[in-house]
Design a protein around this ligand. Sequence first.
Ligand code: S3P
Length: 199
Amino acid sequence: MRNPLNQIAVKDRPNLYLIGFMGVGKSAVGRGVAKKLGLEFLDSDREIEIKEGRAISAIFAEEGEAAFRQMERRFMEEGHPKTSHVVSCGGGLPMGPGMTELLKSSGIVVCMFASAETILSRVAGNDKRPLLSVENPEERIRSLLAEREPVYMKTGIGVSADRRGLFDVIENVARVYVREAMNRRKGMIRKVKREDGNG
Ligand code: S3P
């Protein structure tokens, strides 16, 4: 079957933003989706680390979380290309004031979900996430999830990443992207036609 996305030049394809909690698999899925759809892949954490020349954990330790959130905001506002990229976003990126709107106006947003148990099993033993370097990471995950889930939900189209294989999630996210990109295109064509009719 022909790929409907071919109707949109690669340079004009909207960005796809993957949001969701730490450990849901945004980066692995993002890479797979980018490859499948012929887009470039970016990771907000990685881009910030490159720009700053230090690890996220060092930024948290040296300047604190608020400074890191500002760096995420700058990344969203001016720190990445505006089209043809799949962007895996740090778990807290959508949380700041106005970030929901900024994400939505920047491209197609997909929110990946998993249960606290799945997340815990995926992040266990990884010391790269300063927010979970606490005595009781499970409790932390549950309280952060409760705070964040409503924001994730109103920002992105939900896709479950719980107990599903990587390939399956990639397929699902890619399908959502193609559907949304084609709907936008149709909307744009309708708008141009309306404007032509009035002119
Ligand atoms: C954070 C998530 C991390 C990273 C930082 C803070 C969060 O990214 O940005 O440690 O607040 O949820 P991942 O979601 O890619 O792990």
